[in-house]
Design a protein around this ligand. Sequence first.
Ligand code: 9GP
Length: 831
Amino acid sequence: MKKSTSKAKASVAIAALPSTEELKNSIIKHLHGSLGTDVNKASPQAWWRATCAAVNEYVYDGLRNTQRTHYLQNTRAVHYFSLEYLMGRLFSNNLHNIGVYDAAKVALAELGLNIADLEDQEEDMALGNGGLGRLAACFIDSMATLNFPAIGYGIHYEHGLFKQEFSDGRQIERPDSWREYGNPWEICRPESIQEISVYGYVETTYDLQGKMKKVWHPGRIIKGVPWDIPVVGYQGSSVNVLRLWESRASDFFNWDVFNSGGYIDAARQNIEAETISKVLYPNDETDAGKELRLIQQYFFCSCSLKDIIRRYKRANGDDWSKFPQQVAIQLNDTHPAVAIPELMRILVDRADMGWDDAWNICQHVFAYTNHTLLPEALEKWSVRLFEKVLPRHLEIIYEINRRFLVEQVDVLWPGDNDKKRKLSIIEESHEPMVRMGHLSVVGSFRVNGVAQIHSELVKSDLFPEMVALWPDKFTNVTNGVTPRRWLKACNPRLAKLLDETIGDEWPRDLKQLEKFAAFADDPAIQDAFMAIKQQNKADLATVVKKLTNISIDPHAIFDVQIKRLHEYKRQHLNLLHILALYRRILQNPDYDMVPRVFLFGAKAAPGYKLAKEIIYAINKVAEKINNDKRVKNRLKVVFMPNYRVTLAEKMIPAADVSEQISTAGKEASGTGNMKLALNGAITVGTLDGANIEIAEEVGPDNISIFGLTVDEVKALQAKGYHSWDYYYQDTEIKAILDWLETDYFTPGKPGELSAIKRSLLEGGDPYLVLADFQSYVKAQEKVESWYRDQSGWAKKAILNTALMGKFTSDRSIEDYVERVWKLDACKISQD
Ligand code: 9GP
C-alpha cells in the first residue's frame, strides 16, 4: 500500500496529510471516542460521522493556521453577503480538496466499507434555490483555493429548499430537515453571538450643543448565533469560513417579559425570533414580498456587519480610517442591500461619524452583483413595511436618496423631474416602494453583471442613467463553476483520463484542459472518452430505475435539462419538441430517429402555478410515451424527482445533450450550461447568457445554436408579437397544442394539460416559445445528425471538455479580485 504522507507545499494550510493507516486508526478512534460505538455494531451513519471527525482533524488544523495567518498579517478580506448557499454534500468535496479521497477510500475498504455508501449518509445542504446559491458555493471554494482572505455570510436555515415528490405527476413539497441529527461539518461559536433590533420607533433628540440626534427605540431584540462551516481550498490551500447565523430570542428581552409574568408571551416571542432562520424562501427569481423575508435580510446583514466591525476593531481600535482598506463587502443580488443603510446607521448613530465621512466609507466598501433582469425579481419593499420593521433605516434611505437626487441627478440633468422620478430610490406609486436595485447601485463602488451580454443589458436596459452618472462603476464578471466538484469529484473516470493524458494540474488551472484538444482526433482517446460516457450513462440508468422505475437504454442520446422550472427557461419548449417527435412516430411507424431519452430535473416555486402545470404536463406525457409500444423505445421521458446538487452530480457526467434554451436576454448567465459542457455534453442553446461565451470558446461546429437573438427578440416585441399566427400557420404547432387539450395524456380528463396552450395563445406567449419552435427543432435535428457519426461526436464532446477552461470559478474570482475587490492572496503559514 502506498502511504500518502506527503508534506504540505508552501502556502498550504494543512501541515501533513494522513497515510491510509493513520486515517483508519483515526476513524476507529472517533468511532469509539466521539460516537461511543464499536466496529461490530456501528451503523453506516456512525461510520460516516467517524470519518468526518477524522477528516476534521485536518480541516481544523488548516482552519487554525489560516485564521492565525490572516490575523497576524491583518489582511484585507472580502465578505460575501448572500442569502443563499447551495452547498450540496461536503464529504467527498472535503476529502478531494484536502487530498485524502483515495486514502480514505482504501482505509474504509480495509474496514469493510464502501465509500459511496458513506457518501449517501449525508443530506444535501440545500440552503439555496438554484444558480445564485450554487454560484456562491463555487465562489467560496475558489476563494479558499486561491488563498484569498474571504468569509461567506448567510443564514443558518433550519429547513433548506423543500424536498420534491410527485403524486400522480404533480409536485408535492415536503420539508427539508438537513441537520435534524446535527451536521458534522459545522461549529457553533457562541462566543461570537450578536444581537440585532427590529421594529420600534425613532426619537429625535438634541444634545447640549443643539446637535440633532436620532435615537431608535427598537421593539424587539433578536440574537444571532453563528455557525461556522470550514471551506477547504483545493490541495489544502486556505481553509476559510462560511458563517451562517441562526436566530434566537434575546435572553435579556425574554427574561424581561418572563419576569413580568408573561410566560406565554415569552414563549411566543421565542418562537417568533426563531422563525427568522426557520426556512429558506423557495421563490426563485421572484420577489417574495413578505415581512419575514425583509427581517431575514436585515438579520443576517446586521449580524454580519457587527461581526466584521468586531474583528476590525480588534486589529485597528476605533480608528475607522482603514475600514475601506480592510473590508470589501460583495452583495449577492439585492437581497443583502439593507446592509448599506445599516452600515450608515452604525457609523452615524453609533460611532457619531458625520454623514459625509460615513457615506464615503460605505461607497468604498460595498459592491453589488446583479443576477437578473426579470422585473419581478428586482426587489422592492413597501415604504409602509420598511417603516414598521426598520424605521431608522427608512429615514437613512430617504436621506441617501435626497442627497443623491440633489447632488448627482439634478447636477447632470438640472430640473428634469422625469429623471428624478426614474432614478429615485423611492418609487412614487400608489403604494410607495423602496427600490433595492437603485439603492444597491447608489451605495456601491462597483456593479457587475454575470456574463458579457447580461452586463451590457444591465447598462443599456436596467440602469442607463446610472451609467451616465458613473460610467466606471459598471463592469462584467462572467460566472464560473468549480472544476473540483463539477469534474474531478463527480466524474472520476473522466478526471482519471485527463490526469493520464494531460497531467493532474487542471483542477487548479483549468486552462490546462486545452492540451486535451490535441487528442480530439485520436481514435484511442475518442474510444476511451466515449466508453467513460457510456459507463456514466449506465450508472445514471440505474439511478433512474431506482428513483422512477423507468428503464432507459444507455445507448440512446441522453438529453438533459436541469434547472429551476421557469417559463423563461422554457422547459415547455422542450416538451413541445418531444410531442412533435412522438407525433411523427405515430404518423410514421418507421420514423427513423436515434433513440433519445429526455431527462428533466427541476423544482417549481410552490406558488408558481404555471410552472407546476408544466411539471405535471411533462410527467403525464412521459407516462404515455414510456408505455406506448408503438414508440419502440425510440423515445423515453424522465422527470427526476427532487433535483438537487447530489442528483446533478449524477446527471451531468452522463449527459450527451445540454438544453440551454431560454429566451434570449432572459437568462443572466446560467452555470449548468458550463458544468454540462465541461463534462462533454453538446449544448443546444440560444444566444443567451453565458451560452454566447461558451459558443465563442468551443466554436460553431461544437454547439447547436438556434432561435432569436436579443436584438431580434426586442424587434419582434416592438413590432408586436402574435403567437396565434404561429398556431394557425404551422400545422405541427397547431396539432401539438390541440393534442394537449384532449384527454389523450390524461384519460377521462380533457383539458387537464391546457394551461400551457392557454399561456402560449391567450397569454400571448411572453417568452416567444412558438417563435423559436421550428428553429429549435432544426437545432435538434442537427445534433441528431452529429450523433449518427460517433467518431465526429466524440471529437465534438472532447473539444467541449477541452475548451471550457475559461469557465472555472477560479477565473471568476480572479476577475473579481482585479476588477472589484483588489485583494492580495495570502500565503498560509503553519504552526
Ligand atoms: O438566473 C440567474 C442565472 O442565470 C445565473 O447563472 C445565476 C448566478 O449568477 O443567478 C440567477 N439569478 C437568480 O437566481 C436570481 O437573481
